[in-house]
Design a protein. Sequence first.
Length: 472
Amino acid sequence: MWSRLTIMRTTLRSHIALIYALITVAIASLAGCTNHANRARQLLEQGQQAFQDNSIYDALINLQQAMYEAQKVGDSETRFEAIVYLALLYDQAGQQDKAYELLRHTPYVEATSNPQACSSQYYYRLLSIYYATISHSYDSAIYYAQQAIDLDRRLYPHNQVHVLIDMANLAESLMLQGDSATALQVLNQVKAMPQSNYQIYLCQIYYLNSLLTHDIDSSYHYALIGSQVSAKYASHDNEIACLKQLCRIDSMRCNIDAYITHRRAADSCIQELQGSKVAYKIAAIEEQSKIDHIAQRNEKKHLFALMCIILLMVTVTALIVVLRLTRRRWHDEQRLAEAANQREMLEKELLRMRMLKNEAKLEEAHRNNVSMAELITEMHQSIPDDSQSLFTLETTLKSQYADWLHDVHQRYPELTDSDVRLMGFIKMQVQPKVIAMALNISMRSLNTARYRLRKKLKLQNSPNLNDFISSI
């Protein structure tokens, strides 16, 4: 019996060790995922701030690292925002094709963690522009422009800037598709919006009005205002487009001097824009080399993590082997345990026979009016097990004092079974020491139980408890 218990304890300890190892791995993995997620979000915020500060170096490296970290932990929102801002960065560097491919293969995720970053708006806005200018899929361009407008109105109902920009893109896509009438309707809606603080965003509107207006003087007026506003706010793409429109009108009017002036201004703006794009490309190449170096360093970290996992797997395998060896040992010692069980069963049978003999003595003593208390004390000394002694006392009580027990239950229904049992033992004149040993309690606990029994029987000022019970 003891051998079997020892084996079971050993097996349980091995299982606990295995479970503890697995829990440790799970906690470590969860902590690692949380750290990676926090790092991804921190890198994204740093990249967005660097982008706002026009620091291409820091923006590129932080955004790409944020994208990789978010992808490792499955943080789709952070990855989406990092990709959108990378596309914005590529767009400023003149790599619209790269930005278009990056966004086209990225599913939309509504960014709710930082709405002020406008990642969702930029996603729809850039795709609308790229579908119109790169793939010439005007239906898709119109769809994404409308999605951007709906998102602007839902997230920024009190800020008309985003709506103005996306409605301008929608009007341009409609115009490129050949739907000039609808494009003019959109532009008229834009004109009805309050625009006192949004002059920087009207460059594209002026240019579109210039293209859609059939009156040459009005077209020239819109193109001229558009070029001036674009030059004021360094919107080179719109400035070039407006200057080219002015050149076309100058050519139609045969105004050579104005044509030459506007052509030179357009060429100068184109050279300045190309120089800016080249600087962006050079910076991007430099930062890409830094990112590759960081990626190599991360690969070393991953290799170290993989080695740790392999070591952990080896440890778990060793634990499994130990468990199997322990199980085999348990099978080998099972026969000894069965022999011990048989011995225990024989001892119980012997004890049962002694109890039957004691019961016969009790019945004979009851018939011959022999002192029950002395006989029970003698029986208790012959039975070493307290639980079996209790069983003997209870059996004697139920067999010899059944009517008395029934009468006590009828007279005192508020007493518990334990209270009635204690009263029965006192009625049988069993010594307090024997009662305490049979109930497996101390003498102090027995005296407490007797005190509570007196209170239930309302014997505070009455005779001795033993005398009272004997008189029942």
